[in-house]
Write a protein that binds this ligand. Structure first.
Ligand SMILES: NC(=O)c1ccc[n+]([C@@H]2O[C@H](COP(=O)([O-])OP(=O)(O)OC[C@H]3O[C@@H](n4cnc5c(N)ncnc54)[C@H](O)[C@@H]3O)[C@@H](O)[C@H]2O)c1
Length: 337
């Protein structure tokens, strides 16, 4: 059993992961600043679900170097899982500094603390958005990712670059996880499934971007949590076959690894909407719009490395996952259809 520090523990993925780690018998130290990017009450309610003798919560900002150091000094975590970040592609067009502060300055503070307090393994959230302008499908961690389309994506790529530097300089094992559109109960109010469900329930129109010509490799949150839980037992290792003459971007001679975590089966946006309509028994009023700046029309994860290393890959079907989200939504918000 390990001492695991989870940043972003009041967030969507962080709260699910913390609950699972506690169930596995780990001691969990959660960090979150409970910011108001979306309704902080949802974050407080997720935290309330983590009421457990092995859970300690520290309310702080990743940018607060003193409190971060103090927390590492006091609890001496063996594994650190950094999920706290300013998320969202669209918001990064209007609020670029929020991304630099949390995702670049904040992440640097975590790296420094991991180095000084000799953490055994740092796992951190990257994103499928790092594939940017790439069109070769499925997206592979061996692909070059030098063409981000949003500042959000650029900060996530920078996390991978910073992590490699620490793996090289200090031998810190780092594992970066490129999540592909995660959804499920307690999900984020700024994401499509939440927005669509809320609008359809209230008989309001939904915004369908790129006139519906989008595909997403939607990944159910339990599959993300299962993958991370398995990876906690597998610190990143040096790749003996790595060569500087032909450098593989997803691994290194240093203890550094990047994985895609996606469902490996992209779903058309219109089929996704249909899954919501099926469950709610209502038809959505659709407002067709062009592609939004910063967005990519299609994501599709190659998960061969993940499956090879942890003997697991996400496979929840979209209708099952959507049903579970909507069951939660209706109960949490007390909606009667
Ligand atoms: N949900 C997805 O589809 C998805 C896809 C790709 C990558 N990711 C990444 O996964 C991670 C978790 O995402 P999520 O969907 O759970 O998002 P989330 O916004 O629900 O969770 C992030 C949490 O971090 C906290 N936080 C943000 N900035 C902070 C800071 N500076 N200091 C302390 N706490 C801070 C927020 O209050 C929030 O509770 C993020 O890094 C996100 O970029 C998510």
């Amino acid at each position: 059993m390990k001492k695991v520090l989870v940043t972003g523990s009041a967030g969507f993925i962080g709260s699910h992961l913390s609950r699972r780690l506690l169930k596995e018998g780990h001691r969990v130290i959660g960090i979150d600043n409970i910011n108001d990017y979306y309704d902080p009450k949802l974050k407080e309610d997720r935290l309330a679900e983590l009421n457990h003798e092995n859970f300690t919560f520290v309310k702080t900002d990743l940018e607060d170097l003193d409190t971060i150091n103090q927390t590492f000094n006091q609890y001496r975590p063996e594994i650190v899982i950094n999920l706290a970040a300013q998320a969202g592609v669209r918001y990064s067009l209007e609020n670029p500094h929020a991304y630099i502060n949390s995702n670049v300055v904040g992440f640097t503070n975590i790296l420094e603390a991991c180095r000084h307090y000799k953490v055994e393994h740092l796992i951190y959230a990257s994103s499928s958005s790092v594939y940017g302008a790439n069109t070769s499908k499925p997206f592979s961690t061996s692909d070059n990712i030098d063409h981000p389309l949003s500042l959000y994506a650029a900060t996530k790529k920078s996390n991978e670059l910073f992590a490699h530097t620490y793996s090289h300089l200090y031998g810190l094992p780092t594992t970066g996880l490129r999540f592909f559109t995660v959804y499920g109960p307690w999900g984020r109010p700024d994401m499509a499934l939440f927005l669509f469900t809320k609008a359809i329930v209230n008989d309001e129109p939904i915004d369908v971007f790129n006139h519906g010509n989008m595909m997403r490799d939607f990944t159910y949150v339990d599959d993300i949590v299962e993958s991370i839980t398995r990876l906690t037992k597998r610190p990143a290792q040096s790749n003996p076959d790595w060569s500087g003459a032909n450098p593989d971007p997803g691994s290194s001679y240093a203890p550094y690894k990047v994985y895609n975590i996606g469902n490996n089966s992209p779903v058309r946006l219109m089929d996704f909407i249909e899954a919501i309509e099926n469950k709610l028994g209502k038809t959505a009023k659709k407002n067709f719009l062009p592609l939004q700046a910063g967005d990519v029309p299609e994501t599709y994860a190659n998960v061969e490395d993940l499956f090879r290393d942890i003997d697991f890959k996400p496979e929840t079907s979209i209708q099952d996952g959507v049903n579970k989200f909507i069951d939660w939504y209706l109960e949490y918000y007390g909606v009667k259809l």
